[in-house]
Design a protein around this ligand. Structure first.
Ligand code: SF4
Length: 231
């Protein structure tokens, strides 16, 4: 996709129905488009929304090996409910192998390297051969995502990013989940607006920044999956 086409599509779909964007993307990139799932509430919505286009869209499970039991249970519930043919991508090394090579609890000493090994590298393998990547990014999630657009270019990875929920609030997401009775990660109801790996995620207090529970106290705000916007 060219930058001009991405810009035109971003303007066309901004503020529109997410399903219209998904229908366009499934047709434009059929067989070469990937939905990655971290099994937070956005994943639940997007699994449901993409079912009409299931033949065109691959569904990828990014498993760091360090997710919450509730997260794995959510994945399994969604897979069973919707008959998903998941492609699971894991890090090259298990947590134990990583500890043996790099020392224990790499996440506490060098979270950027840990994310590079356990998240970014598997994503790169998942996107091999793909031209488009559906993400659950929303502007309301953080300041760093406030200018996200429905269609962007990730020039470093050579894919178009399709972001159907970019304009949705937390209430929009939860309303959709309730309206369609879709399984979702129960940690969202226990003070976890953003859910990642167990060692790097804590609950937040009411009124606290929704992403304050991720890598708390480290200054890190993103895992490296989502690079600075290129268009
Ligand atoms: S979120 Fe934490 S444990 Fe998970 S890959 Fe990143 S640094 Fe490692």
């Amino acid at each position: 996709m060219t930058r001009a086409e991405a810009d035109e599509a971003a303007r066309r779909f901004d503020g529109g129905d997410p399903q219209d964007l998904l229908a366009w993307a499934a047709d434009r990139f059929a067989g070469r488009i990937v939905l990655t799932c971290s099994w937070q509430m956005q994943s639940s919505v997007l699994i449901h929304m993409t079912r009409p286009f299931a033949d065109a869209i691959r569904v990828v499970d990014l498993d760091t090996g360090l997710l919450f039991p509730e997260t794995y249970a959510t994945r399994d519930a969604l897979a069973a409910r919707y008959g998903l043919e998941l492609e699971t991508f894991v890090p090259e090394r298990t947590v134990a192998e990583q500890a043996a090579d790099e020392g224990p609890e790499l996440w506490a000493r060098d979270p950027d390297r840990c994310c590079a090994l356990r998240k970014v590298a598997p994503l790169s393998r998942a996107l091999e051969g793909a031209d488009a990547w559906i993400t659950g990014i929303r502007r309301a999630q953080s300041d760093t995502r406030a200018d996200a657009r429905p269609v962007e270019l990730d020039e470093a990875r050579g894919v178009a990013k399709i972001q159907p929920l970019v304009a949705w609030s937390d209430e929009d997401v939860m309303g959709y989940l309730y309206a369609h009775d879709i399984p979702y990660n129960p940690l969202h109801d226990r003070g976890y607006p953003s859910i990642g790996c167990v060692p790097c995620t804590r609950a937040v207090a009411p009124g606290e920044d929704p992403r304050a529970g991720r890598w708390a106290g480290t200054g890190k705000t993103e895992c490296g999956l989502h690079l600075p916007r290129a268009s």
